[in-house]
Write a protein that binds this ligand. Structure first.
Ligand code: NIG
Ligand code: FE
Length: 385
């Protein structure tokens, strides 16, 4: 069945061949036709094709569904007291992760599944139609497997993060933990995961440990992505580029060498402004990355410790206000950028042949995403079920 969405005040396609010819390919007074789950036509309303049925968007703007390439939805408990302490000056460290690991191990399967599904619904209401979901709060074979089973029920973009931190029972045996992650844990988790990730930072895993886990993951058929440069500068960003990781995430701290490596490689730099907001960390030098030609994505990093938001619109507002992205760059990073970070050519762009996957905003322009922070502008989401 064909559906024509008409009366679109401003249509963001992310296809430079459309409309104003910018990276966002903005078409004004637009229409968009869908056949089944696929876009069949986009353009100005006046030249729209006939369809079986039509939907009047009443001047709403339409944007591609947000693509959230970094989220930790499988956990139990919450850490609001830790957040409150940070707002009074206590610094963020990787140590808080152990609190969530303990709560997650204690929770039953239904609690974990309901918690993750609730956050996924929250994301969808806010316009996120594609999202990645990591394990990493189980940190044993049994609990990492069940975390990935929960994630797999929600998204195909599942990530094995057994190397999130060294769990307390391995504190004095970290080599043994790395062997466990790169061996039996990986073997048990690989069938449930598309990606392998490591938190390569102070208080987590060093670059040699990260390499061991990522290379083992690659040998098991997973594609690497990496947490690096969150708590301080280090060699993680260059390791990600060297291994051809799809994305390196956080990049709060970047050196000249990191920016050069990213510009020369294919790895997306995924920025997580919810983390800088919630941990009072310095803002990443996003302008420098963009000006060097690095592909930048924005993601929520939804997790109970460093960034408990499921709102991509909030992340866009922060990126514009505090990281120096233009509203157009921020929207691109939250849609096409996320799609690049997940290597998903089917989403992030509204063009014939792509997935019918978009959000209607109660606003005349996408500019309102940053201009009206905190306002739930998404009035409807269209995505294949
Ligand atoms: O991406 N940085 C490491 N992992 C998460 C935070 C985890 C937590 O504090 O619970 C992140 O920010
Ligand atoms: Fe993370």
């Amino acid at each position: 069945m064909s559906v024509l969405y008409t009366g679109i005040g401003e249509l963001v396609t992310n296809d430079p061949a459309q409309g104003d010819g910018s990276a966002l390919g903005v078409v004004t007074d637009a229409a968009l036709a869908v056949e089944g789950d696929t876009i069949s036509w986009v353009g100005e309303r006046g030249s729209a094709p006939a369809a079986d049925t039509s939907v009047d968007c009443e001047g709403s703007s339409v944007i591609p569904g947000f693509v959230d390439s970094h989220a930790h939805l499988v956990f139990a408990g919450e850490r609001s007291a830790e957040f409150a302490a940070r707002m009074s000056g206590t610094p963020y460290g990787a140590g808080g992760i152990a609190t969530t690991v303990a709560a997650t191990r204690e929770a039953d399967d239904a609690t974990l599944a309901h918690g993750a599904a609730r956050l996924a619904r929250e994301m969808l209401r806010g316009g996120i139609t594609t999202f990645e979901c990591k394990s990493g709060y189980g940190l044993s074979v049994e609990h990492e497997v069940r975390s990935l089973a929960v994630a797999s029920a929600l998204t195909p973009e599942t990530t094995f993060l057994g190397a999130h931190v060294v769990p307390p029972e391995f504190r004095d045996r970290r080599d043994e933990y790395v062997e466990l992650v790169a061996g039996p844990m990986l073997r048990a988790c690989a069938p449930l995961a598309r990606w392998v990730d490591v938190f390569c930072d102070r208080g987590a895993f060093d670059v040699d440990e990260a390499r061991t886990v990522l290379e083992a993951g690659m040998a098991a058929g997973l594609t690497p992505r990496l947490h690096a440069g969150q708590l301080g500068p280090g060699p993680g960003i260059r390791l990600a580029v060297e291994l051809g990781a799809a994305s390196v995430d956080h990049c709060t701290y970047t050196t000249d060498n990191d920016v050069e490596a990213l510009a020369a490689g294919d790895t997306v730099a995924t920025l997580l402004p919810g983390v800088e907001f919630s941990t009072r960390s310095p803002w990443p030098d996003a302008r420098r990355l963009l000006d060097a030609g690095v592909t930048v994505a924005l993601a929520t990093d939804c997790n109970p410790g460093s960034s408990f938001t499921s709102s991509m619109a909030f992340c866009i507002a922060l990126a514009v206000r505090d990281m120096g992205l233009t509203p157009a760059e921020a929207l691109w990073a939250a849609t096409a950028g996320g799609a690049a970070a997940l290597r998903r050519p089917d989403v992030g762009v509204l063009a014939p042949g792509r997935r019918a996957d978009f959000a209607l905003l109660d606003a005349p322009s996408y500019l309102h995403l940053a201009y009206r922070p905190g306002v739930p502008l998404v009035r409807e989401v269209v995505t294949p079920v």
